[in-house]
Design a protein around this ligand. Structure first.
Ligand code: TPP
Ligand code: MG
Length: 907
């Protein structure tokens, strides 16, 4: 932060030149003192508002007179809440300290013991050690549990602080010593504890996965916004429930962490509180050794319109600050860079005196009466419950904007030589005997020298003061936190009526699957049961998908309604924003949209409301861009539908390399509870969505869906008989060969828009080459793959029992001829199920970079059109010796295929 003086005088080297020509005017201390005193007297006589007004006027006056005041969004390096405005601490501080110490001990014991049993099993001591007070003040005074009457607060715990959260749950009697014993060894009999918050693994405990840094701040912002959305739409009562997000200062370097902070202030989310644990360190070393992370974050958040509360200095500093009438100490506090502070806070009192106060004789004088020991014990704000309480209280009472609390702490607090404030502390998980005894003594754990090195978990008796106090506090606050409690009412209707029309085809009208989906969505929005629960989410692509008609019918959500007359008000489909609008039009942020999807798709647990999100986006910018959010949503058991629009490498014409998606179905493979479909026809989309709603919202399955929808229009056929099961399981016979008695036979597999190419190939093969080809719609290679893997696994583990047959094998048991698959995605998709097919498979796909061109050109380039499918079938037949090679050669010419055409993978 440049001081005004630096700003006027430029850099040191410029100054050296300047001094020769310009007389230096040093600021007269007396003059400054007079200004300060008159401000103090205004403050005393007329209060802070008047003082602020005067300063504002002075600033304006200075500007008019040509004084170029540098812009700064910073306040001094001091506590935002001065001691005199601090509320009384309502708790029993001594008792809370004892409880906190026990939690510290158990957290440490858990990690150290786990690593004694299994070398390098990992775990973190230092993060929680620095954050213990931040959490304990929350647990004892702020975090409200979910009750029948009140929805409770929502807390995102910093992932690496998990040991402390477990240790508290142990003291609360919610987690057993056996579980603690098996921290990070979840596969042990009786279960263990997961390394970090994972709702997938601890579904009754953790609510939000936070350990991939940067995800939780963004998710918390959209969670807070979604809470408002639910209220504004009348889906839940308006409450003062808060969303708390605890994050690391290093974590704020992730672009996602600060990426949506202006949304929070724009939406005036005063239900949102960030607590940044500013221990000034990350994993390798200081976050900003040469700067000040707290000041940097303050200006970013203040600039974005947040309420910023800095909690830098503990109560021990208050009397010293009071004696400092000249503001020298605060100035000195702002001079040090974080690298210096990191050292200072773990140094001896003599060192602090010399290196911190020693910069100015007047500062030395301020602390003269204090012995070195007292200087060593000057605490930081984040370790002082009174300061933290004051900040939290101010945060929960603050109105009109979100709050961020920047709390200064020491990483590895209390670990002493074992790692306090050291650069290696993040990964410290072993303490020697002396270090353990020291920790034990420092925090007053009632264990003997011999006992403590065994690291027993320690829980005071049930009737101890500590346990009674802790239980009383949690009772008063509505129960334990965290707790995950899905509690929504299952949907009851079957919705056959709703989806029926889509099973009947478009009667020759050419529509795309996207258009069909939008019509479905419109119908779902009108449904008496699920209509209000549908949450359409779109990142500025509604027009791309033809969804603009929904603007008018259900409105775009805006917390302030519409304060302007839209430019297109006279048109039918005008841009209608409304307070009870249903669409979340997120603007150009796939990450933010995904965070909304997560909030809506997990509302069944967070709020007991079965909201059904449909997040539709440019398919290339889904998995490829925000896969880690998708992974987290899977962990969180989020329900809902992701729709990759404008999908298919060759189906999205013109857009070229960055847009054309031939990847997402491969990238969807790793997400275990995600169902991924590439439907070709409207009825397939309808069957998948209807069944998805049933499975997720009626049966309560922890799954979610990915569907690709395309913008290529074609006539939608009616459903050919009851193929629902096949659609859902991944494949079904769509159209049999009309010449099924032909000698030459083939099975063609197509998905999405490419299915039409297979159908055209079927015709060519029949009419020109006498081949009888059956055409299958493969709706999901992922389903086929998982099914095949499961059969294989079962067979391997149960060798004497009846063989299970993969569904692919079952489908193709009597299917004659050669096998050819064509997809708009990578060839690996069909290839991965080929081993369960009766014969060799020729797989055509779109591996390589896309191009800007029309569909026909693209399908020629990648070799996935009807001609290439025909060629592949003929080639396979020739390989089997069923036809002469010359027939294939001739076909290449007849089909107009250029054999010298480059391979898309290498060009
Ligand atoms: C996306 C991501 N990248 C890297 C990591 C590995 N990692 C875990 S903790 C950590 C340092 C955390 O520092 P900070 O956010 O300051 O938290 P502290 O432990 O200091 O409170 C890193 C790099 C991660 N968990 N997530
Ligand atoms: Mg840190």
């Amino acid at each position: 932060m440049a001081s005004p003086q630096q700003h006027f005088e430029g850099s040191d080297s410029e100054m050296a030149n300047d001094t020769a020509v310009r007389p230096q005017h040093t600021i007269d201390d007396v003059e400054i003192q007079e200004w300060l005193e008159s401000l103090d007297s205004v403050l005393e006589s007329s209060g802070p508002e008047v003082a602020a007004e005067i300063l504002e006027r002075l600033r304006a006056h200075a500007t008019v007179n040509g004084i170029d005041l540098p812009f700064s969004a910073n306040t001094p390096y001091a506590n935002t809440i001065p001691a005199r405005l601090q509320p009384l601490f309502p708790g029993d501080q001594e008792l809370e300290r004892r409880i906190k110490s026990l939690i510290r001990w158990n957290a440490l014991a858990m990690v150290v013991r786990a690593n004694r049993v299994e070398h390098n099993i990992g775990g973190h001591i230092s993060t929680y050690a620095s954050a213990a007070t931040l959490y304990e003040v929350g647990f004892n005074h702020f975090f409200r549990g979910r009750t029948e009457q009140f929805e409770g607060d929502t807390v995102y715990f910093q992932g690496h602080a998990a040991p402390g959260i477990y240790a508290r749950a142990f003291i609360e009697g919610r987690i057993s010593a056996h579980q603690l014993e098996n921290f990070r060894r979840e596969l042990k009999p009786g279960g263990g504890l997961s390394s970090y918050p994972h709702p997938w693994l601890m579904a009754d405990f953790w609510e939000f996965p936070t350990v991939s840094m940067g995800l939780s701040p963004l998710m918390a912002i959209y969670q807070a916004r979604f809470n408002r959305y639910l209220e504004d739409r009348g889906l839940k009562p308006r409450t003062d429930a808060k969303v708390w997000a605890f994050l690391g200062d290093g974590e704020t370097d992730e672009p996602e962490s600060l990426g949506a902070i202006t949304l929070a202030s724009r939406e005036k989310l005063d239900n949102l509180i960030f607590v940044v644990n500013c221990n000034l360190q990350r994993l390798d070393g200081p976050v900003r050794g040469n700067g000040q992370i707290i000041q940097e974050l303050e200006s970013a958040f203040r600039g974005a319109g947040w309420n910023v509360i800095k909690v830098l200095w503990g109560s021990e500093w208050d009397p010293i600050l009071e004696r400092d009438t000249e503001g020298l100490l605060v100035r000195r506090m702002g001079e040090l860079v974080d690298g210096e502070y990191q050292k200072l806070v773990v140094s001896s009192g003599a060192y602090v005196r010399e290196h911190f106060f020693g910069s100015d004789a007047r500062l030395l004088q301020l602390v003269e009466p204090l012995p070195d020991e007292a200087l060593r014990r000057l605490r930081l704000g984040g370790h002082d419950p009174r300061k933290v309480y004051a900040a939290y209280k101010a945060a929960v009472n603050h109105r009109g904007s979100p709050t961020v609390i920047l709390a200064r702490t020491i990483k590895g607090y209390g670990l002493g030589e074992a790692g306090e404030g050291k650069n290696v502390t993040h990964q410290q998980k072993k303490l020697n005997e002396d270090e353990l005894r020291e920790f034990r003594s420092r925090f007053g754990i009632p264990l003997s020298d011999e006992d403590c090195i065994e690291l027993p978990f320690y829980r005071p008796p049930e009737d101890s003061e500590e346990i009674r106090y802790l239980r009383a506090r949690r009772d008063a606050l509505g129960g334990y936190v965290p707790q995950r409690k899905p509690r929504s009412q299952p949907i009851v209707a079957e919705h056959d009526e709703l989806f029926k029309e889509f099973l009947e085809g478009s009667e020759g009208r050419e529509v795309s699957t996207t258009m069909a989906f939008v019509v479905m969505l419109r119908k779902m929005l009108k449904d008496p049961e699920i209509g209000k629960l549908i949450v359409p989410i779109v990142p500025d692509e509604a027009r791309t998908f033809g969804m603009e008609s929904l603007f008018r019918t259900v409105g775009i959500y805006s917390s302030v309604g519409q304060r302007y007359e839209p430019v297109d008000v006279n048109t039918l489909l005008y841009y209608k924003e409304a307070k009870d609008g249903q669409i979340l039009e997120e603007g150009i942020t796939e990450a933010g949209s995904m965070a909304s999807f997560i909030a809506a798709g997990s509302a069944y647990a967070t709020h007991g409301i079965n909201t059904i999100p449909f997040f539709i986006y440019y398919s290339m910018f889904g998995f490829q861009r925000i896969a880690d959010f998708i992974w987290a949503s899977a962990d969180m058991r989020t329900r809902g539908f992701l729709l990759g629009g404008t999908a298919g490498r060759t189906t999205l014409a013109g857009e070229g390399l960055q847009h054309q998606d031939g990847n997402s179905h491969v990238l969807a493979l790793p997400v275990p509870n995600l169902k991924a479909y590439d439907p070709a026809f409207a009825y397939e989309v309808a069957v998948i969505i209807q069944d998805g709603i049933r499975r997720m919202y009626k049966e309560g399955e922890s799954i979610f869906y990915y569907l690709t929808v395309m913008n290529e229009p074609y006539a939608m056929p009616s459903m050919p008989g009851d193929v629902k099961e096949g659609i859902l399981r991944g494949m079904y016979l769509f159209r049999k060969a009309s010449n099924s008695r032909a000698k030459l036979r083939a099975q063609l597999f197509g998905s999405g828009a490419i299915l039409n190419e297979a159908l055209r190939a079927q015709e060519i093969l029949e009419t020109k080459y006498g081949v009888g080809a059956d055409v299958w719609s493969v709706t999901s290679y992922k389903e086929l793959y998982n099914d095949g893997m499961e059969a294989e696994r079962w067979n391997r583990l149960h060798p004497s029992e009846g063989l299970r047959v993969p569904y692919v094998t079952e489908c193709l048991a009597d299917a004659p001829g050669v096998l050819v698959a064509a997809t708009d995605y990578l060839k690996v998709l069909p290839s991965m199920v080929s081993k369960w097919m009766p014969r060799r498979l020729a797989a055509l796909g779109t591996d390589g970079f896309g191009r800007s061109d029309g569909r026909a050109g693209l399908r020629d380039f990648f070799g996935v059109d009807s001609r290439f499918i025909t060629l592949a079938a003929l080639h396979e037949l020739s390989m089997d010796g069923k036809i002469e090679k010359s027939v294939v050669d001739k076909a290449i010419k007849e089909l107009g295929i250029n054999p010298a055409k480059p391979n898309p993978i290498t060009c």
